[in-house]
Write a protein that binds this ligand. Structure first.
Ligand code: FAD
Ligand code: SF4
Ligand code: SF4
Ligand code: SF4
Ligand code: SF4
Length: 412
């Protein structure tokens, strides 16, 4: 019997699934088994659309269609969390299996603690995540740095610190991520700052780190993270859907080291980005200047996993004067006030911004400041955010007694 904390190598028993999968197809085999056995009613995963730059979320109810979802798409910058709230009634009336990167899992936890998604009905298969590349950057990078027509690329992967492409004629070419990122290509800025590399909030955390020896590239490293995950893993193995063996101890050690070095890299990028923002009033001025380009398209709100309010405050005329473009700074202040303590740095508000405003950077910088002040880390568990714990009456009393209207002073 598998238990929380156990680590395995696993791969699909079915040869076709093994072949289609990124690293032996265990994730696809596990989700297919969950669907076939009735453990879940549907699976939300990702499939390739027009080309390798087009990651399409897809809801599968027929196990025969699961094969289309195998493989990793690193140039897809999707966040799956809000889809569960928006289109599947918060998973209140069905059971769903879902593949989640760290940010997807964090988004689901933030929605769950706000009662917008019912996690009891969600089976989360986590995939480790070194990062994703925006499709626009990927095409530009492949043309300019690799000297290849982006439409000639049939496969991409990120392996051993390199971004590797395979072209129609079977050629492989790789360039180090460090080199690409120093020149402004590579992973999205939020992914560089991300420190959710192994999503242990999911039921299983799967990835290629730590798979060594003859299994390298052919199996997935699985860490069991919950009882639900252990049950799926055991049942799938017993039913012959996956083949498993205990993880190689040397591989476990290597995986630990890679994770640690990725976390250090995340810190390095955080320092670099946050220092670039300046401090206090300089930071405020920078944010005000940049958001001065805003055309109030609402894409940041639409795509943020934490923004779901039916009556959004930014639409209230007494808070944000209507009919003005760019909108008054209050438009952005409202979001900072409502989201900052819970921002999961998923990058959606930046990815979708019509005016390329680095919204995610501002929000993430605020979140990290607040985490230092209040010790709350969003997306990792069901702990409530800071503002949920402010008791209105005592706060009003404090404001009346001190005459202060400031809860905390970030822009000193
Ligand atoms: P498969 O059977 O091929 O299943 C893969 C699953 O991932 C499918 O359900 C598919 O729909 C889903 N998927 C594909 N693209 C996305 C996407 N963009 N967002 C959400 N779901 C998606 N492992 C590491 O150890 N280190 C890494 O640095 C690392 N980076 C990754 C980055 C990305 C963007 C992704 C998607 C995965 C990454 N992985 C990483 C995980 C690894 O690539 C494999 O997914 C994992 O080993 C499982 O292999 P498999 O053959 O069992 O998966
Ligand atoms: Fe992966 Fe983190 Fe980027 Fe999400 S934010 S795609 S988990 S690196
Ligand atoms: Fe993601 Fe932006 Fe919302 Fe933060 S504010 S959770 S980065 S969309
Ligand atoms: Fe809700 Fe505030 Fe987001 Fe508007 S900006 S949707 S009010 S959290
Ligand atoms: Fe403004 Fe960008 Fe948000 Fe659109 S997505 S409202 S342009 S900040």
């Amino acid at each position: 019997m598998a238990a929380k904390g156990d680590m395995f190598y696993a791969w699909a028993a079915d040869a076709a699934c093994q072949e289609r999968g990124e690293c032996g197809g265990a994730v696809t085999a596990l989700l297919t088994y969950a669907l076939r056995s009735g453990m879940v009613d549907a699976v939300l995963a990702v499939k390739r659309g027009q080309d390798i730059y087009d990651a399409v979320p897809t809801l599968v109810t027929d196990p025969e269609e699961m094969a289309e979802t195998a493989g990793s798409l690193h140039c897809g910058t999707l966040l799956l969390s809000k889809l569960l709230k928006k289109y599947l009634d918060g998973v209140e009336n069905m059971r769903i299996g879902i593949t989640v990167k760290g940010c997807d899992a964090m988004g689901l936890y933030e929605l769950a603690k706000r009662n917008q998604v019912n996690l009891d009905n969600v089976l989360m298969i986590g995939v480790n995540c070194g990062g994703s590349v925006s499709p626009v950057t990927a095409r530009k990078m492949i043309r300019e740095k690799f000297g290849v027509d982006p439409d000639d690329v049939v496969k991409e992967e990120i392996d051993k610190g390199q971004f590797i492409i395979q072209t129609k004629d079977g050629q492989h070419k790789g360039i180090s991520m460090d080199e690409l990122e120093d020149e402004g290509y590579g992973r999205r800025p939020n992914c560089r700052r991300c420190k959710m590399k192994v999503p242990r909030q999911a039921d299983l955390a799967c990835g290629n780190w730590g798979v060594i020896g003859d299994k390298a590239g052919k199996a997935t490293f699985v860490e069991v993270c919950s009882e639900k995950g252990a049950n799926l893993f055991d049942s799938a193995a017993k039913a012959g859907a996956i083949v498993t063996e205990p993880a190689n101890p040397k591989g476990v050690e290597i995986r630990g080291k890679v994770e640690t070095s990725m976390l250090k890299l995340g810190d390095k990028w955080r320092n670099r980005y946050f220092e670039g923002l300046g401090e206090g009033k300089d930071r405020l001025k920078k944010i005000m200047d940049e958001t001065g380009r805003c055309i109030k398209c609402y894409a940041c709100i639409e795509n943020c996993p934490i923004c779901y309010c039916v009556e959004c405050s930014t639409k209230k005329p007494y808070l944000v004067e209507p009919g003005r473009v760019p909108p008054p700074f209050m438009f952005h202040l409202i979001r900072y006030a409502h989201i900052a303590d819970s921002c999961i740095n998923c990058g959606q508000c930046e990815e979708h911004c019509a005016m390329d405003i680095p919204n995610s950077l501002y929000m993430h910088a605020l979140q990290v400041e607040m985490e230092k002040m209040f010790g709350h880390t969003p997306g990792v568990n069901m702990e409530l955010p800071v503002l949920a714990l402010v008791e209105e009456k005592s706060e009003r009393d404090r404001l009346a007694a001190t005459g202060s209207d400031q809860i905390f002073d970030i822009f000193k």
